[in-house]
Design a binder for this molecule. Structure first.
Ligand code: SOE
Length: 382
């Protein structure tokens, strides 16, 4: 008999993110001492066969094909939303009204207006909520946050981030439907801005504070693609690439770039922060390392240090193996569940909450608006 209290999870959507989250629910109690144990109660998907196969593979107790039924079930405590972006709001509003905790995949919503309604709804219902911006919980990124908060970098001058991929270069790749909904503007809202830059913006705001103004450009390199749902060749409405510059409210300057057309890069998320006293940089392809340069070092020995973030004193690392042995991508989701459960026991919010994630939505909206009108845009404060 488990000593932890059960937390019954109902997962909506069982694609790539459904797998990362399910893995996290299953692993968390093996490594983190928390008061609750996630129970994989039900998985929901439109295909009964697909949902059943997923349930068998991952150990979900039951299957639903209508998320409304899942949300109304008395035996579910938390709804995990892993569906395409255009369905997040409807599911979250219903889950909040039913009094369920909500863990929502990023980006929170299609736009700021929709996200604001979601944040209002969870607050009105008083239900716990969080958005899966998982890269905050890479130990090296969490360490970067502590170094910046301790003032090690001093005044910050520059923030630079990239998220580069190359999987949509072929003009033969269709848009829409399972797996390819990220290319369909009706389902995704935007292209790289909401899918990839949202990660960069979330981390940037977390590390360096809010963004006041932005100026951006976007491009759609392949203008038409066959749509999997209609079978017809249809215009492509997403941004394939987006670059923007911005001013942070702390006076620093930001440069961000994302594309799915950077041949040779599969998921290269990098950021660099330059301060008066020190700089740091991080790279998803080498995610267990943080690069750090400190100008206060003895000048003869000054140089970039490559910190292997695997020691027990590093964030989250005392829960895993022994010093020197690294962890990976999937662990970031385990960390988010561990934090969610620790926060549940301590009755405090889990960052980013829906309300906190609105800041990223506001920047995404301003970036897309700026690309359309061709001028600087002010980010709506949230
Ligand atoms: C897109 O390819 C994608 O899977 C994003 O949707 C994820 O959020 C990102 O972490 C990796 O790339």
């Amino acid at each position: 008999m488990s000593k932890q209290k059960p937390l019954n999870v109902g997962l909506v959507g069982y694609g790539f993110m459904g797998r990362t989250h399910s893995n996290a629910y299953k692993r968390v109690n093996d490594f983190f001492e928390v008061a609750h144990r996630p129970v994989l109660k039900a998985v929901c998907g439109r295909s009964d066969a697909g949902a059943k196969k997923f349930a068998e593979t991952w150990g979900y107790e039951s299957v639903e094909t209508d998320w409304r039924k899942l949300v109304e079930r008395k035996d579910i405590d938390a709804i995990d939303i892993c569906t395409p972006n255009n369905t997040h709001a409807e599911i979250a509003l219903a889950a909040a009204a039913a009094g369920k905790m909500i863990l929502c995949e990023k980006p929170l919503s299609m736009n700021l207006k929709e996200g604001s309604a979601m944040a209002d709804a969870v607050e009105k219902a008083g239900v716990r909520n969080t958005v899966w911006y998982n890269y905050r919980r890479v130990p090296a990124v969490t360490l970067a946050k502590s170094l910046i908060d301790e003032g090690k970098l001093g005044r910050i001058f520059h923030y630079r981030a990239n998220f580069l991929q190359d999987w949509t270069i072929s003009a033969d790749l269709p848009q829409g439907g399972a797996g390819l909904w990220r290319l369909d503007a009706a389902a995704a809202g935007s292209g790289v801005t909401g899918d990839l830059l949202a990660h960069c913006i979330d981390t940037a705001i977390w590390l360096n504070g809010t963004i006041g103004t932005v100026c951006s450009m976007t491009e759609t390199f392949v203008k038409e693609r066959k749509h999997n749902l209609t079978g017809k060749v249809e215009p492509v409405g997403i941004d394939d690439a987006c670059a923007f510059m911005c001013r942070f409210d702390n006076g620093s300057l930001g440069l961000f770039e994302s594309t799915r057309y950077a041949r040779g890069h599969k998921a290269l998320y990098t950021f660099e922060v330059n301060g008066e006293k020190a700089s740091l940089k991080w790279d998803l392809h080498d995610l267990h390392r943080l690069q750090y340069f400190d100008h206060r070092d003895d000048s003869a020995l000054r140089g970039w240090r490559s910190i292997h973030v695997t020691d027990g004193e590093h964030p989250y690392m005392n829960r895993w193996w022994v010093p020197g042995l690294q962890i990976g991508y999937e662990h970031t989701f385990v960390h988010q569940v561990a934090d969610f459960l620790a926060d549940l026991a301590a009755d405090r919010p889990t960052s980013p909450t829906f309300r906190e994630a609105l800041s990223t939505q506001a920047v995404c909206d301003a970036v897309l608006d700026s690309a359309e009108v061709g001028t600087w845009q002010t980010v709506i404060p949230v």
